[in-house]
Design a protein around this ligand. Structure first.
Ligand SMILES: *Cc1c(COP(=O)(O)O)cnc(C)c1O
Ligand code: SF4
Length: 347
């Protein structure tokens, strides 16, 4: 197969577009590259070649393999197709406005990789949340001056071309804050080429803050190439935050999380969110009970300084938004979760 023969060259070329284009998508590509049988699934798969090589080196028991390669477990019918239920806040095209002063902007449903535990895994193929009508989106923002921050999410916003990112940032100049939620610095560090860095630098002074919340779940995801990219972003005056999903079999013990959060802190990334996993159909093998998460978080508060500890949050279903998941006042970790307005959301 042509793709495989060219694998090494592509990795060395480090051109992000060609890395993505030649990424592994089909069951047959995966099987010949990894020399393992994979199940036939309806969920999308994509592994950029440089990442595929890292996964292959790490092997089948690694956290890289388990997070990104398809597994039989995804056939389970347990879980919800849309565990978040944020559609009702989809108030303008590609916009989710749930909180008063900030909104999510979803310019794409494409990612540089498809994480097997993703809460949007049943939606990413569909158009519902992602159909563009930029004039309408802009009008909505004009009529809602209370929105001070736009959070680029998706999909993964850094999958967009640099021209497109430049276009959006130019159009959002009257906002105060810009944020990106992304897994790209980990998955495809070559994406942060000089052209993109220059564009971010150019726009930096138009806003009070540009921040990038990097989605990373384990210290093994952070190699020297990733570190190098993170340092470049930091040097532009961009605020670096992290988001981590608590996942069974990946990072569900205090020591693993401690190693990750201290590593992030050493790279000037503020650990920001630790998300309790969502009960998503096809991803339930990564799910763990809230009680277990609370026990882990309690231990973390013992072994880490406050500045290295993210907020532990859970999405309350039916669009309730993120609420604190930890029950500090209660010794009973199986205690109920209290929603924003005081009502009990679920156990
Ligand atoms: C998480 C989220 C935000 C961002 O919330 P912060 O507390 O600022 O991190 C904004 N809008 C929606 C819909 C979200 O889910
Ligand atoms: S990068 Fe984020 S949106 Fe994309 S598949 Fe992974 S978790 Fe889902």
């Amino acid at each position: 197969m042509v793709v495989l023969n060219g694998a090494k060259d592509c990795t060395e070329m480090k051109n992000w577009k060609s890395e993505l284009k030649s990424g592994l998508k089909e069951k047959s590509d995966l099987e010949s590259f990894f020399q393992v049988d994979f199940p036939q699934l309806d969920f999308k798969t994509l592994i950029p070649l440089a990442l595929a090589n890292k996964i292959k080196n790490a092997g089948p028991d690694s956290v890289l393999w388990k997070q990104f390669l398809p597994s039989e477990n995804e056939k389970s019918s347990e879980g919800l197709k849309d565990p978040i239920g944020d559609e009702k806040y989809n108030r303008a095209p590609q916009l989710i406005h749930r909180y008063f002063n900030r909104a999510l902007f979803l310019p794409t449903s494409v990612c540089p990789v498809y994480c097997r535990y993703c809460f949007r895994k049943n939606e990413l193929g569909t158009k519902k949340l992602f159909t563009p009508d930029f004039e309408k989106t802009k009008k909505y923002l004009q009529h809602h001056p209370e929105i001070e921050e736009l959070i680029f999410s998706g999909g993964d916003p850094f999958i967009l071309t640099t021209d497109k990112i430049d276009f959006y940032l130019s159009n959002f100049k009257n906002l105060k804050y810009i944020r990106f939620h992304t897994r790209t610095p980990i998955i495809l560090p070559s994406r942060f080429d000089q052209e993109l860095l220059d564009t971010l630098k150019k726009h930096r002074e138009n806003f009070d803050q540009i921040s990038i919340a990097i989605h990373t779940n384990h210290i093994d995801e952070i190699d020297l190439e990733v570190e190098d990219t993170i340092k470049k972003l930091g040097s532009l005056g961009i605020t670096l935050l992290s988001q981590t999903v608590l996942l069974k079999g990946i990072n569900d013990d205090p020591q693993t999380l401690k190693d990750l959060f201290l590593k992030l802190s050493s790279l000037n990334i503020k650990p920001y969110y630790l998300h309790h996993p969502d009960q998503v159909k096809g991803g339930m093998h990564f799910y763990l009970p809230l009680r277990r998460g609370r026990e882990i978080y309690l231990k973390l508060r013992d072994i880490l300084p406050g500045w290295a500890i993210p907020q532990y949050v859970i999405e309350s279903p039916k669009g309730g938004g993120k609420v604190p998941a930890f029950n500090p006042e209660s010794l009973d970790f199986s205690g109920k979760l209290i929603g924003k307005s005081g009502e009990i959301s679920f156990y």
